[in-house]
Unconditional design. Structure first.
Length: 430
C-alpha cells in the first residue's frame, strides 16, 4: 500500500515537473524576444572605388614611372608611351595642310587679281622652318609664272587688235580716196554723156568712163567689206581675251572648291593627332596608391582600352560592401544596424564592430554567369567603432561577415513559422 502511494506521489511530481517545464519553456518562447539578422559576406572597399588607368588607342611603353604600392598624385605621369609613330603622323598631316593652305592663298590671289599672295598667319609664323619657306616660295613662283603666261597671251591678242585697227585705218584712207575718185569719175561721166548726145564724144570714151566708175564702186565695196571683216576679227580677238580671263577664274574657283573640304578634313585629323600626342603621357586620375599593375616594364605593349593599373584613393573612407541574397533584400533598409566580424583578425582579441546600412543597390548585380546574383549594399563604420581595433588597420579587399539586424521576434514565432508556412502552401496547392 505504501509502495503504491509512493508511486502515485512520484507520478504527480513528474506530471507537475513536466507541466512546469513545458509551461516555462512555452512562456519563455512566447514572451522572450530574439533579434533577427540577415547574414551576408562582405568586403572592405574604398568608398569612391579604385580608378582604372586605361589608354584609348594603346601603344608601346617607353617609360614606366611607378611600381605596385607607390603613392602618386593626381595628374602625375605614370606611363609614357612611345611617340615616334604619333609624331610622324602629325608631321605628315602638317605637311599636307600647310601645302594646301599655301595653295589656297595663291588661288585666292589669282581670283582677286592681286599683285601678290597674302599667306595666312599660321604659315607666316613658320618662317624659320625650311620646308615651309620652300613651299611658300614655290607658290609665289607659280603665281608669277601663271600670271606672266596669262598676261603674255592677253598682250599678244592686244597687239593683234592694234594691228587690225591699223589695217582698218589704212583701208579707211583708201576708201576715202576711192570715194573722191568715184565722185570725179561720176562727174566726168555726166559731162561726157552730154557731149555724147551732141555727137561731140565717141561712144568708146563714154564706155571707158562707165567702166572706170563701175570699177571704182567695186573697189569701194571691197574696202567696206574688208573693214567689216577686220572689225569682226577684232571682236573675236576681244572675246578671246575675255575667255582667257574667264577660263582662269573658272580654273581657280574649281581648285578652291576642291581643296576647301580637304583642308577642313586635315584640320580635324590634326586635332585628333595632337590629342593622341598629348595622350602618350598616361597620368593618374586621382591621388592614391598604385594597385594591380599589369605592365612589366619598358617595351611592353598596352592594348586599346586595357586596364594598366588601378589607383586606390588614399584619403577616401573605407566601407563594407555586402552581397545580399535577393530573397532577403526586402528585409534591408537604409539606417539598419549591422554587426561586423573580421575573420582576418583574431576573434578572441578583436571585438565585433557596429555599423549601419547607408546605400542599397537599385538592381541586381552578377559578376559572371557562374556566380549567383546579389544586391550590393554599402555599410559604414563610425570612427568610434574603428578605434576599437586598437591599431589594427582595415585594408581594401579584406573579407568580413555582416549581420544586418532585422525586427525582433518571439522565440515561439521562430518555432511555429515552418509549420505556418507549410500550411499556407498546402492550402494554396492546386
Amino acid at each position: 500500500m505504501n509502495a503504491k502511494k509512493s508511486l502515485q506521489q512520484l507520478q504527480i511530481i513528474g506530471f507537475v515537473s513536466l507541466f512546469l517545464l513545458v509551461g516555462g519553456i512555452g512562456g519563455w518562447a512566447y514572451f522572450s524576444s530574439i533579434a533577427g539578422a540577415v547574414i551576408a559576406q562582405a568586403t572592405v572597399v574604398v568608398e569612391s572605388n579604385p580608378k582604372e588607368v586605361q589608354h584609348l588607342e594603346g601603344g608601346i611603353v617607353a617609360k614606366l614611372n611607378v611600381r605596385n604600392g607607390d603613392l602618386v598624385e593626381a595628374g602625375e605621369v605614370l606611363i609614357r608611351l612611345d611617340d615616334t609613330d604619333t609624331k610622324a603622323s602629325l608631321e605628315i598631316l602638317n605637311t599636307q595642310l600647310y601645302g594646301l593652305l599655301a595653295r589656297k592663298a595663291r588661288l585666292e590671289a589669282e581670283r582677286d587679281s592681286a599683285d601678290s599672295i597674302t599667306f595666312p598667319d599660321e604659315l607666316n609664323m613658320l618662317s624659320d622652318v625650311d620646308w615651309v619657306v620652300r613651299t611658300l616660295e614655290g607658290q609665289r613662283k607659280l603665281f608669277a609664272s601663271r600670271r606672266e603666261f596669262r598676261t603674255s597671251q592677253i598682250e599678244q591678242l592686244t597687239n593683234q587688235i592694234v594691228q587690225l585697227e591699223e589695217e582698218i585705218t589704212g583701208m579707211e584712207a583708201q576708201l576715202a580716196a576711192q570715194n573722191i575718185q568715184a565722185n570725179l569719175y561720176a562727174e566726168e561721166l555726166q559731162g561726157v554723156q552730154k557731149l555724147s548726145e551732141s555727137g561731140l564724144v565717141t561712144t568708146t570714151r563714154t564706155m571707158t568712163l562707165e567702166r572706170q566708175v563701175a570699177a571704182s564702186e567695186g573697189e569701194r565695196g571691197r574696202l567696206i567689206a574688208g573693214i567689216a571683216r577686220i572689225r569682226a576679227k577684232i571682236g573675236e580677238t576681244q572675246l578671246k581675251i575675255i575667255q582667257i580671263n574667264q577660263d582662269a577664274q573658272t580654273t581657280v574657283l574649281s581648285e578652291l572648291r576642291e581643296i576647301q573640304p580637304r583642308i577642313a578634313e586635315l584640320y580635324e585629323r590634326r586635332i585628333s593627332a595632337r590629342a593622341n600626342l598629348q595622350r602618350v603621357d598616361i597620368v593618374a586620375p586621382q591621388a592614391g596608391f598604385v594597385h594591380e599593375l599589369q605592365i612589366n616594364g619598358e617595351g611592353s605593349v598596352i592594348g586599346a582600352g586595357q586596364v594598366a593599373m588601378l589607383i586606390v584613393p588614399r584619403q577616401d573612407a573605407l566601407v563594407l560592401e555586402a552581397r545580399i541574397n535577393p530573397q532577403d533584400i526586402d528585409q534591408i533598409s537604409a539606417g539598419q544596424k549591422v554587426v561586423i566580424n573580421f575573420p582576418a583578425f583574431a576573434s578572441g582579441v578583436t571585438p565585433s564592430l557596429n555599423g549601419s546600412v547607408y546605400r542599397i543597390a537599385a538592381d541586381l548585380s552578377q559578376e559572371n554567369g557562374n556566380t549567383p546574383p546579389y544586391y550590393a549594399v554599402r555599410i559604414q563604420i563610425g570612427q568610434d567603432e574603428l578605434d576599437k581595433l586598437e591599431g589594427q588597420q582595415l585594408k581594401p579587399g579584406m573579407p568580413a561577415e555582416a549581420y544586418v539586424q532585422t525586427a525582433t521576434r518571439s522565440a515561439l514565432s521562430y518555432l511555429v513559422k515552418p509549420f505556418t508556412d507549410q500550411l499556407n502552401r498546402a492550402f494554396r496547392e492546386t
